[in-house]
Design a protein around this ligand. Structure first.
Ligand code: EZ4
Ligand code: CO
Length: 402
């Protein structure tokens, strides 16, 4: 089954997406997400200029070999650009294989380990009452797990706090906005937020919180400890994780479960975190961590150490990634939870899909392959628009580097 064509589609239906489409000699095609938020065109070029020429004529069925060929053959290993490009190829090839066998992808990954995939949504507001309202809204929609973020009194804007009820978009067009940060104000505020949420909604709903790498290990330890009475499902990215051993310090002080890994791109980024049981959930995703092939490897390592998966699923991960993630989630034994930030209708129209949400759970559907398509004509109506993630500065103007 020779690959006859591979092309990169860049579009911006509300936000930028990079999609790889691989076509084989018998007309079957597969899709892979290659979106790297704020650095989209670098992956598009990596694919178009350096990978696509190597794919033409290759046997699309040899998924493992092509993965190894692109990873080892490049000489330059790892990194978000490389691994997102490899992920796109890998995802498209799994899509093709499943379509050619006329089966939904999860059946090739061992079949369903569960009936449906637990997801969490994002509730946020400018202050505590607004955040309470947002959580209530998600509960009404049927969500069983909800991430709560709130603006901090006295700080003009805080990363991770949405502007609308449902569609939170982390990137902003043209130039990176600048947020202001105060660890002291944040640390005082967050326990009050969760105290209020537990008062309103009781002990049963799963509550999550994302720190977005803003704290030092000892600050994170303190926050984790102060949140213990509110028994979070997880505390995410409490500190940057380049220095994996820094999580030992957090672990020594708190039993609040920890989730890390949305920015990781290989198993080496989380090897120590997993093997020393320094985290509870690994957040690597299909698109940024080398595709289905590599994500399964990470999940298998994690299973040995009782670490569960909790893949990143923000809006900058395209519906193609979401579809692929749901097949992975449904099949992998040590699944924990999947993040689900709804895409806008505009995005959904460009990427028609079989996956669906019901009562707090999602399912990839039974369409052959990943079950996500792209309407290329419609995509062409939304040209790329440069956009960036915000940067974060302390009150005195210093770049906040964690
Ligand atoms: O910052 O998707 O858990 N979700 C997040 C997201 C990420 C963006 C980065 O592209 O932290 O909002
Ligand atoms: Co996050």
């Amino acid at each position: 089954m020779k690959i006859t064509d591979a092309k990169v589609i860049v579009c911006c239906p509300g936000r930028n997406f990079v999609t790889l489409k691989i076509t084989t000699e018998d007309g079957i095609y597969g899709l892979g997400d290659a979106t790297l938020n704020g650095r989209e065109l670098s992956v598009a070029s990596y694919l178009t200029d350096h990978v696509v020429p190597l794919l033409i004529g290759r046997d699309a069925r040899r998924i493992e070999d092509i993965w190894q060929y692109l990873y080892k053959g490049a000489y330059w290993r790892r990194g978000p650009v490389t691994m997102s490009a490899i992920a796109a190829v890998d995802t498209a090839l799994w899509d093709i294989k499943a379509k050619s066998l006329n089966t939904p992808l999860y059946q090739l990954l061992g079949g369903a380990s569960r009936d449906a995939v637990l997801v969490y949504g994002h509730a946020s507001g400018g202050d505590i009452p607004q955040t309470v309202e947002a959580v209530e809204h998600y509960l009404k929609l049927g969500y069983k797990a909800i991430r709560a973020q709130s603006g901090i009194p006295g700080l003009k804007s805080t990363y991770g706090v949405g502007r609308g009820a449902m569609y939170y978009e982390p990137a902003e067009k043209d130039a990176p906005p600048e947020n202001l940060w105060s660890t002291e104000q944040y640390m005082r505020f967050v326990p009050a937020l969760f105290e209020e949420l537990r008062k309103h909604f009781g002990p049963d709903i799963h509550l999550l919180h994302d720190v977005h790498h803003r704290l030092t290990p000892i600050e994170a330890a303190k926050l984790g400890k102060s949140l213990e009475p509110y028994h979070l499902f997880w505390l995410e990215d409490p500190t940057p994780a380049e220095l994996q051993e820094s999580f030992r310090l957090i672990r020594r002080h708190t039993t609040t479960p920890l989730a890390v890994g949305e920015v990781f791109n290989t198993i080496y980024d989380c090897q120590q975190l997993i093997q020393e049981q320094l985290i509870d959930y690994i957040r690597t995703t299909v698109v940024h961590a080398g595709g289905i092939t590599h994500l399964r490897r990470i999940a298998n390592l994690a299973e040995m150490y009782q670490v569960r998966t909790g893949s990143h699923g923000a809006t900058d991960l395209s519906p193609v990634c979401m579809g692929a993630a749901l097949h992975f989630d449904l099949s992998v034994h040590n699944f924990g939870i999947q993040e689900y930030m709804q895409h806008t209708d505009e995005t959904n129209r460009v990427f028609p899909h079989s996956y669906f949400f019901k009562d707090g759970f999602m399912h990839p559907g039974e369409a052959p392959g990943i079950g996500v398509d792209i309407d290329e004509k419609l995509a062409a109506k939304y040209p790329y628009h440069r956009a960036y993630l915000p940067v974060n500065r302390k009150l005195d103007g210093t770049m906040h580097n964690w």
